[in-house]
Design a protein around this ligand. Structure first.
Ligand code: PEP
Length: 251
């Protein structure tokens, strides 16, 4: 998968079925730049409806926010990768900080999930990012490096090409506080260098790295203008169609 401009919305546990449908419909019908891939990571209950709206569209599609690390079995309430694959869901978020925090998802569990997604040709959006004390003690780059080494770097060259990375500093998620464009660029460049050291520069240059953390219409342009920022993973601001369209148009 070649590097591309991506605006991915993470709806989290928001919207009723009808509100979600109308939001997805508004985004699907809207005029959007043809070189930006728009992705809507919707709740499980909305996947079928949003998939039906987008499956025949070129640059807008649906994502799952998560799936279980086992392929099937007695896991009441869980959703498997096979279920997503049987619906032809093209993307899935893996390792969002809220799941790392509340579901205690570890890097090694996330590595298992990455393997599962790739085995079903579902493109993973792999999240990483540090909490505030780590940033304050200036250990953010080495912390993220460890997340990638333990969660991602077992992949082969041909596998890593099919992964999207989202750098999301935890202190900026849902807080209204955003990393400055310089802070985002510093980390994105560091991540690209880690990828280059491990897989070679050509592969590193081909991987999309998204920034997440209070992206909104007012700051999207300056963040997306950074050379190593290929787009955004957007929470709150993706729930409002006109606002998210502004984000989509910020490249
Ligand atoms: C997110 O959910 O990944 C996120 C970045 O949320 P917000 O944009 O609301 O900070």
């Amino acid at each position: 998968m070649a590097r591309q401009k991506i605006a991915a919305g993470n709806w989290k546990m928001n919207t009723s079925h009808s509100d979600g449908y109308f939001l997805a419909e508004a985004l699907t019908k809207a005029k959007r730049p043809s070189d930006v891939q728009t992705i809507m990571a919707v709740p499980y209950t909305h996947l079928g409806a949003v998939q039906a709206l987008t499956f025949d569209k070129k640059n807008i599609s649906v994502a799952a926010q998560n799936f279980h690390h086992e392929e099937k079995g007695a896991y009441t309430g869980e959703i498997s990768i096979n279920m997503l694959s049987s619906m032809h869901i093209p993307y899935a978020i893996i390792g969002h900080s809220e799941r790392r925090e509340y579901q205690k998802e570890s890097n090694s569990l996330l590595a298992t999930k990455l393997n599962l997604a790739l085995s079903k040709n579902i493109t993973p959006i792999f999240c990483c990012g540090e909490k505030l004390p780590i940033r304050k003690s200036k250990r953010h780059v080495s912390f993220v490096k460890k997340q990638l080494q333990q969660g991602l770097f077992h992949l082969s060259k041909s596998e890593i090409k099919n992964v999207i990375i989202a750098y999301e500093p935890v202190w900026a998620i849902g807080t209204g506080e955003t990393a400055s464009p310089a802070q985002a660029q510093e980390m994105h460049a560091a991540i690209r260098k880690m990828l280059a050291d491990k897989y070679g520069q050509a592969i590193a240059d081909d991987i999309s790295i998204l920034y997440g953390g209070s992206v909104k219409p007012a700051n999207a342009k300056s963040l997306f203008g950074q050379p190593d920022v290929d787009g955004g993973l957007v929470g709150g601001a993706s729930l409002d169609a006109p606002g998210f369209l502004e984000v989509i148009n910020s490249f």
